[in-house]
Design a protein around this ligand. Structure first.
Ligand SMILES: *Cc1c(COP(=O)(O)O)cnc(C)c1O
Length: 380
Protein backbone atom coordinates (compact mmCIF):
# COMPACT_ATOMS: atom_id res chain seq x y z
CA UNK A 1 0.00 0.00 0.00
CA UNK A 2 1.22 3.48 -0.72
CA UNK A 3 2.00 5.92 2.06
CA UNK A 4 1.74 9.66 1.43
CA UNK A 5 3.44 11.63 4.23
CA UNK A 6 2.27 15.13 5.24
CA UNK A 7 5.52 16.61 3.94
CA UNK A 8 8.59 15.41 2.06
CA UNK A 9 11.70 16.87 0.44
CA UNK A 10 12.34 17.13 -3.28
CA UNK A 11 15.88 16.24 -4.42
CA UNK A 12 16.96 16.18 -8.07
CA UNK A 13 20.22 15.36 -9.90
CA UNK A 14 21.39 18.95 -9.66
CA UNK A 15 21.17 18.78 -5.84
CA UNK A 16 23.09 15.50 -5.79
CA UNK A 17 25.77 16.93 -8.11
CA UNK A 18 26.15 19.98 -5.88
CA UNK A 19 26.80 17.84 -2.79
CA UNK A 20 29.14 15.43 -4.59
CA UNK A 21 31.14 18.37 -5.91
CA UNK A 22 31.76 19.53 -2.34
CA UNK A 23 32.84 16.02 -1.32
CA UNK A 24 35.37 16.02 -4.16
CA UNK A 25 36.67 19.52 -3.37
CA UNK A 26 38.70 20.67 -0.36
CA UNK A 27 36.37 22.04 2.27
CA UNK A 28 33.74 20.04 4.17
CA UNK A 29 33.09 22.85 6.63
CA UNK A 30 34.02 26.54 6.98
CA UNK A 31 34.55 26.93 3.22
CA UNK A 32 33.15 29.11 0.44
CA UNK A 33 29.70 27.50 -0.03
CA UNK A 34 28.41 28.83 3.28
CA UNK A 35 28.83 32.50 2.43
CA UNK A 36 27.53 31.87 -1.08
CA UNK A 37 24.35 30.36 0.37
CA UNK A 38 24.03 33.20 2.88
CA UNK A 39 24.34 35.83 0.14
CA UNK A 40 21.73 34.03 -1.99
CA UNK A 41 19.30 33.76 0.94
CA UNK A 42 19.68 37.42 1.90
CA UNK A 43 19.13 38.40 -1.70
CA UNK A 44 16.07 36.19 -2.11
CA UNK A 45 14.44 37.63 1.00
CA UNK A 46 15.58 41.20 0.50
CA UNK A 47 17.42 41.45 3.83
CA UNK A 48 20.94 42.84 4.35
CA UNK A 49 22.37 39.85 6.23
CA UNK A 50 21.81 36.09 6.52
CA UNK A 51 23.65 33.80 8.95
CA UNK A 52 23.22 30.03 8.63
CA UNK A 53 23.11 27.59 11.53
CA UNK A 54 23.13 23.83 12.10
CA UNK A 55 19.33 23.84 12.62
CA UNK A 56 16.33 26.12 12.79
CA UNK A 57 16.32 25.65 16.54
CA UNK A 58 19.95 26.81 16.80
CA UNK A 59 19.00 29.81 14.63
CA UNK A 60 16.14 30.72 17.00
CA UNK A 61 18.47 30.39 20.00
CA UNK A 62 20.97 32.70 18.28
CA UNK A 63 18.34 35.26 17.23
CA UNK A 64 16.95 35.56 20.77
CA UNK A 65 20.48 35.83 22.19
CA UNK A 66 21.59 38.45 19.67
CA UNK A 67 18.51 40.55 20.49
CA UNK A 68 19.41 40.52 24.18
CA UNK A 69 16.97 38.00 25.64
CA UNK A 70 18.43 36.64 28.88
CA UNK A 71 18.02 35.29 32.39
CA UNK A 72 14.78 36.38 34.07
CA UNK A 73 13.30 38.01 30.96
CA UNK A 74 9.91 37.21 29.46
CA UNK A 75 8.94 36.97 25.81
CA UNK A 76 5.59 36.80 24.04
CA UNK A 77 4.94 33.86 21.74
CA UNK A 78 2.22 31.54 20.46
CA UNK A 79 1.27 28.10 21.78
CA UNK A 80 0.42 26.87 18.27
CA UNK A 81 3.95 26.10 17.13
CA UNK A 82 6.69 23.52 17.29
CA UNK A 83 8.17 23.52 20.81
CA UNK A 84 11.48 24.99 19.56
CA UNK A 85 9.99 28.52 19.31
CA UNK A 86 9.50 28.57 23.09
CA UNK A 87 12.39 26.25 24.02
CA UNK A 88 14.96 28.60 22.48
CA UNK A 89 13.96 31.20 25.09
CA UNK A 90 14.21 28.65 27.92
CA UNK A 91 17.80 27.92 26.84
CA UNK A 92 18.58 31.55 27.73
CA UNK A 93 16.81 31.48 31.10
CA UNK A 94 13.79 33.43 29.81
CA UNK A 95 10.12 32.44 30.15
CA UNK A 96 7.46 32.51 27.43
CA UNK A 97 4.14 34.32 27.85
CA UNK A 98 1.75 32.41 25.61
CA UNK A 99 -0.78 34.62 23.81
CA UNK A 100 -3.89 33.08 22.29
CA UNK A 101 -4.43 32.65 18.54
CA UNK A 102 -6.81 33.72 15.78
CA UNK A 103 -9.33 30.92 15.35
CA UNK A 104 -9.02 30.83 11.55
CA UNK A 105 -5.32 31.35 10.72
CA UNK A 106 -4.00 29.83 13.96
CA UNK A 107 -1.57 32.77 14.17
CA UNK A 108 -0.95 34.76 17.35
CA UNK A 109 -3.84 37.20 17.87
CA UNK A 110 -2.44 40.76 17.63
CA UNK A 111 -5.36 42.16 19.70
CA UNK A 112 -4.35 40.06 22.71
CA UNK A 113 -0.67 40.99 22.93
CA UNK A 114 -0.87 44.32 24.79
CA UNK A 115 -3.01 42.82 27.57
CA UNK A 116 -0.42 40.10 28.15
CA UNK A 117 2.65 42.37 28.42
CA UNK A 118 4.65 42.55 31.65
CA UNK A 119 7.45 44.94 32.68
CA UNK A 120 10.09 42.23 32.23
CA UNK A 121 8.92 41.33 28.70
CA UNK A 122 11.67 42.00 26.13
CA UNK A 123 10.67 40.35 22.88
CA UNK A 124 7.81 39.09 20.72
CA UNK A 125 8.37 35.92 18.70
CA UNK A 126 5.61 35.27 16.18
CA UNK A 127 5.12 32.18 14.01
CA UNK A 128 3.73 32.38 10.48
CA UNK A 129 1.70 29.24 11.06
CA UNK A 130 1.43 26.87 8.09
CA UNK A 131 3.09 29.53 5.90
CA UNK A 132 0.46 32.24 6.39
CA UNK A 133 2.12 35.49 7.50
CA UNK A 134 1.14 37.19 10.74
CA UNK A 135 0.00 40.82 10.30
CA UNK A 136 3.51 42.17 10.98
CA UNK A 137 2.65 45.88 10.71
CA UNK A 138 0.49 45.49 13.79
CA UNK A 139 3.10 43.48 15.69
CA UNK A 140 5.74 46.09 14.82
CA UNK A 141 3.62 49.00 16.01
CA UNK A 142 3.00 47.29 19.38
CA UNK A 143 6.72 46.51 19.67
CA UNK A 144 7.68 50.15 18.94
CA UNK A 145 5.25 51.41 21.56
CA UNK A 146 6.63 49.13 24.32
CA UNK A 147 10.26 48.94 23.21
CA UNK A 148 10.23 45.21 22.41
CA UNK A 149 12.34 43.26 19.91
CA UNK A 150 10.52 41.25 17.24
CA UNK A 151 11.53 37.84 15.89
CA UNK A 152 9.64 36.10 13.10
CA UNK A 153 9.81 32.33 13.44
CA UNK A 154 9.41 31.99 9.68
CA UNK A 155 10.24 28.27 9.61
CA UNK A 156 6.91 27.65 7.83
CA UNK A 157 7.06 30.68 5.59
CA UNK A 158 10.07 30.73 3.27
CA UNK A 159 8.68 31.94 -0.06
CA UNK A 160 5.56 33.52 1.51
CA UNK A 161 4.75 37.19 0.99
CA UNK A 162 3.44 39.86 3.31
CA UNK A 163 1.96 42.98 1.68
CA UNK A 164 3.82 42.13 -1.51
CA UNK A 165 7.25 41.63 0.05
CA UNK A 166 9.03 38.36 0.83
CA UNK A 167 8.86 37.07 4.40
CA UNK A 168 12.41 37.41 5.71
CA UNK A 169 12.99 40.98 4.49
CA UNK A 170 12.59 42.09 8.14
CA UNK A 171 10.76 45.33 7.36
CA UNK A 172 8.64 44.79 10.46
CA UNK A 173 10.99 42.71 12.62
CA UNK A 174 14.52 42.63 14.03
CA UNK A 175 15.18 39.12 12.73
CA UNK A 176 13.52 36.30 10.81
CA UNK A 177 14.37 32.63 11.31
CA UNK A 178 14.14 29.78 8.80
CA UNK A 179 14.56 26.00 9.06
CA UNK A 180 15.86 23.74 6.30
CA UNK A 181 14.69 20.46 7.80
CA UNK A 182 13.50 18.12 5.00
CA UNK A 183 9.79 18.82 5.58
CA UNK A 184 10.32 22.58 5.10
CA UNK A 185 10.29 24.52 1.82
CA UNK A 186 13.92 23.88 0.98
CA UNK A 187 16.28 21.49 2.73
CA UNK A 188 19.93 21.28 3.77
CA UNK A 189 19.19 17.98 5.62
CA UNK A 190 19.49 19.83 8.94
CA UNK A 191 19.98 23.58 8.95
CA UNK A 192 18.56 27.00 9.60
CA UNK A 193 19.22 30.71 9.15
CA UNK A 194 18.64 34.10 10.72
CA UNK A 195 18.02 37.13 8.52
CA UNK A 196 18.42 40.67 9.78
CA UNK A 197 19.06 44.21 8.60
CA UNK A 198 20.97 45.16 11.76
CA UNK A 199 24.76 44.96 11.51
CA UNK A 200 25.33 44.68 15.26
CA UNK A 201 22.88 41.77 15.49
CA UNK A 202 24.59 40.20 12.49
CA UNK A 203 28.00 40.32 14.20
CA UNK A 204 26.60 38.76 17.40
CA UNK A 205 25.04 35.95 15.36
CA UNK A 206 28.39 35.16 13.73
CA UNK A 207 30.12 34.89 17.10
CA UNK A 208 27.30 32.94 18.77
CA UNK A 209 27.56 30.29 16.04
CA UNK A 210 31.27 29.79 16.72
CA UNK A 211 31.81 29.60 20.52
CA UNK A 212 31.71 33.39 20.91
CA UNK A 213 35.11 33.59 19.17
CA UNK A 214 36.31 36.58 17.15
CA UNK A 215 39.50 37.01 15.12
CA UNK A 216 38.67 40.57 14.15
CA UNK A 217 41.58 42.62 15.54
CA UNK A 218 39.43 45.76 15.70
CA UNK A 219 36.99 44.05 18.09
CA UNK A 220 39.50 42.73 20.64
CA UNK A 221 38.80 43.58 24.28
CA UNK A 222 42.44 42.98 25.36
CA UNK A 223 45.78 43.69 23.64
CA UNK A 224 46.74 41.02 21.13
CA UNK A 225 49.44 38.50 22.17
CA UNK A 226 50.59 38.09 18.58
CA UNK A 227 49.39 37.01 15.12
CA UNK A 228 47.81 33.78 16.51
CA UNK A 229 45.64 35.69 18.98
CA UNK A 230 41.87 35.40 19.05
CA UNK A 231 39.29 36.02 21.74
CA UNK A 232 36.34 34.09 23.09
CA UNK A 233 34.23 37.00 24.22
CA UNK A 234 31.10 35.26 25.45
CA UNK A 235 29.78 31.72 25.77
CA UNK A 236 28.70 30.69 22.28
CA UNK A 237 28.09 27.30 20.69
CA UNK A 238 29.22 25.22 17.75
CA UNK A 239 26.15 25.87 15.64
CA UNK A 240 27.90 26.02 12.25
CA UNK A 241 26.41 24.77 8.98
CA UNK A 242 28.68 22.45 7.00
CA UNK A 243 29.62 22.86 3.30
CA UNK A 244 27.55 19.86 2.10
CA UNK A 245 24.44 21.44 3.57
CA UNK A 246 25.26 24.88 2.20
CA UNK A 247 25.83 23.50 -1.32
CA UNK A 248 22.52 21.63 -1.14
CA UNK A 249 20.85 24.83 0.08
CA UNK A 250 22.17 26.86 -2.88
CA UNK A 251 20.86 24.27 -5.31
CA UNK A 252 17.49 23.98 -3.52
CA UNK A 253 17.02 27.75 -3.31
CA UNK A 254 17.08 27.94 -7.13
CA UNK A 255 13.94 25.80 -7.14
CA UNK A 256 12.14 27.56 -4.30
CA UNK A 257 9.77 29.55 -6.51
CA UNK A 258 8.75 26.37 -8.33
CA UNK A 259 8.23 24.60 -4.99
CA UNK A 260 6.01 27.38 -3.67
CA UNK A 261 4.05 27.55 -6.91
CA UNK A 262 3.35 23.81 -6.73
CA UNK A 263 2.34 24.03 -3.05
CA UNK A 264 -0.10 26.83 -3.89
CA UNK A 265 -1.44 24.82 -6.80
CA UNK A 266 -2.04 21.83 -4.51
CA UNK A 267 -3.72 24.07 -1.92
CA UNK A 268 -6.12 25.53 -4.46
CA UNK A 269 -6.91 22.07 -5.78
CA UNK A 270 -7.75 20.87 -2.25
CA UNK A 271 -9.79 23.97 -1.48
CA UNK A 272 -11.84 23.40 -4.61
CA UNK A 273 -12.23 19.65 -4.24
CA UNK A 274 -13.15 19.75 -0.54
CA UNK A 275 -15.32 22.88 -0.58
CA UNK A 276 -18.62 21.02 -0.25
CA UNK A 277 -17.60 18.88 2.76
CA UNK A 278 -19.80 19.96 5.67
CA UNK A 279 -17.48 18.58 8.34
CA UNK A 280 -14.44 20.75 7.62
CA UNK A 281 -13.35 24.37 7.47
CA UNK A 282 -10.64 25.11 4.90
CA UNK A 283 -7.56 27.33 5.30
CA UNK A 284 -8.09 31.06 4.89
CA UNK A 285 -5.78 33.60 3.26
CA UNK A 286 -5.97 37.25 4.37
CA UNK A 287 -5.85 39.95 1.72
CA UNK A 288 -2.39 41.08 2.92
CA UNK A 289 -0.96 37.55 2.71
CA UNK A 290 0.36 35.12 0.18
CA UNK A 291 0.86 31.84 2.04
CA UNK A 292 3.64 29.45 1.10
CA UNK A 293 1.55 26.53 2.42
CA UNK A 294 4.11 24.65 4.45
CA UNK A 295 1.01 22.86 5.75
CA UNK A 296 -2.53 22.42 4.46
CA UNK A 297 -4.62 22.35 7.64
CA UNK A 298 -8.26 21.30 7.83
CA UNK A 299 -10.32 22.34 10.85
CA UNK A 300 -12.99 19.81 11.77
CA UNK A 301 -16.42 21.08 12.75
CA UNK A 302 -18.64 19.98 15.65
CA UNK A 303 -19.03 16.26 15.89
CA UNK A 304 -16.14 15.65 13.48
CA UNK A 305 -13.78 17.37 15.93
CA UNK A 306 -14.96 15.03 18.70
CA UNK A 307 -14.23 12.04 16.48
CA UNK A 308 -10.78 13.20 15.37
CA UNK A 309 -9.03 10.14 16.81
CA UNK A 310 -11.12 7.80 14.70
CA UNK A 311 -10.82 9.98 11.57
CA UNK A 312 -7.06 10.21 12.05
CA UNK A 313 -6.68 6.43 12.42
CA UNK A 314 -8.84 5.64 9.40
CA UNK A 315 -6.87 8.04 7.19
CA UNK A 316 -3.59 6.55 8.45
CA UNK A 317 -4.91 3.07 7.59
CA UNK A 318 -5.56 4.32 4.07
CA UNK A 319 -1.93 5.44 3.81
CA UNK A 320 -2.33 9.17 4.42
CA UNK A 321 0.36 10.55 6.71
CA UNK A 322 -2.02 13.00 8.36
CA UNK A 323 -0.62 14.90 11.35
CA UNK A 324 -1.75 17.32 14.04
CA UNK A 325 0.08 20.67 14.17
CA UNK A 326 0.34 21.35 17.07
CA UNK A 327 -0.27 20.25 20.63
CA UNK A 328 -0.26 23.66 22.40
CA UNK A 329 3.30 23.98 23.69
CA UNK A 330 2.36 24.69 27.29
CA UNK A 331 0.45 21.37 27.56
CA UNK A 332 3.70 19.42 27.31
CA UNK A 333 4.92 17.98 30.63
CA UNK A 334 8.04 20.14 30.71
CA UNK A 335 5.97 23.33 30.50
CA UNK A 336 3.43 22.07 33.03
CA UNK A 337 6.35 21.54 35.39
CA UNK A 338 7.19 25.21 34.89
CA UNK A 339 3.69 26.13 36.05
CA UNK A 340 1.67 26.53 32.83
CA UNK A 341 -1.81 25.00 33.04
CA UNK A 342 -4.59 23.86 30.67
CA UNK A 343 -7.12 26.58 29.87
CA UNK A 344 -4.43 29.25 29.42
CA UNK A 345 -5.27 29.84 25.73
CA UNK A 346 -8.80 28.59 25.01
CA UNK A 347 -8.77 29.43 21.28
CA UNK A 348 -5.48 27.55 20.84
CA UNK A 349 -6.86 24.53 22.66
CA UNK A 350 -10.01 24.60 20.52
CA UNK A 351 -7.85 24.98 17.38
CA UNK A 352 -5.76 21.99 18.49
CA UNK A 353 -8.90 19.85 18.92
CA UNK A 354 -9.99 20.61 15.35
CA UNK A 355 -6.84 20.64 13.20
CA UNK A 356 -5.69 17.93 10.87
CA UNK A 357 -2.79 18.44 8.42
CA UNK A 358 -3.15 16.60 5.12
CA UNK A 359 -0.28 15.86 2.71
CA UNK A 360 1.23 18.79 0.82
CA UNK A 361 4.69 18.88 -0.79
CA UNK A 362 5.99 19.70 -4.28
CA UNK A 363 6.83 16.13 -5.26
CA UNK A 364 3.18 15.00 -4.93
CA UNK A 365 1.78 13.75 -8.23
CA UNK A 366 -1.70 14.66 -9.44
CA UNK A 367 -2.55 11.04 -8.82
CA UNK A 368 -1.53 11.42 -5.15
CA UNK A 369 -3.85 14.43 -4.89
CA UNK A 370 -6.83 12.54 -6.34
CA UNK A 371 -6.13 9.73 -3.88
CA UNK A 372 -5.96 12.09 -0.87
CA UNK A 373 -9.23 13.78 -1.83
CA UNK A 374 -10.88 10.42 -2.44
CA UNK A 375 -9.88 9.14 1.02
CA UNK A 376 -11.03 12.34 2.72
CA UNK A 377 -14.39 12.27 0.97
CA UNK A 378 -14.90 8.65 2.04
CA UNK A 379 -13.99 9.26 5.68
CA UNK A 380 -15.60 12.68 6.13
C1 LIG B 1 10.81 23.24 11.99
C2 LIG B 1 10.52 24.29 12.95
C3 LIG B 1 11.46 24.76 13.88
C4 LIG B 1 12.78 24.09 14.14
O1 LIG B 1 13.54 23.82 13.07
P1 LIG B 1 14.65 22.67 13.11
O2 LIG B 1 15.44 22.99 11.88
O3 LIG B 1 13.95 21.36 13.04
O4 LIG B 1 15.45 22.83 14.35
C5 LIG B 1 11.13 25.85 14.66
N1 LIG B 1 9.93 26.44 14.59
C6 LIG B 1 8.99 26.00 13.74
C7 LIG B 1 7.68 26.72 13.69
C8 LIG B 1 9.24 24.91 12.91
O5 LIG B 1 8.28 24.46 12.10
Amino acid sequence: MRFIPYGWHYIDDEDIEAVVEVLRSGYLTQGPKLSEFERALAQYCGARFAVCFSSGTAALHAAYFALGLGEGDKFITTPITFAATANAGLYLGARPIFVDVEPDTGNIHPDLIEGALTDDCRLISVVHYAGHPVDMERIWSIARRYNLKVVEDACHALGARYRGEPVGCCRYSDAAVFSFHPVKHITTAEGGAVLTNNEEVYEKLLLFRNHGITRNTKKFLYPSHGPWYYEMQFLGYNYRMNELSAALGISQLRKLDLFVRRRREIASYYSEALSDLKGVMLPVERDYAKSSYHLYVLRLRGDFAHRKGEIFSRLREMGLGVQVHYIPVYLHPHYRRLGYTPGLCPAAEDFYRRVLSIPIYPAMSDDDLFYVVDCLRKVL
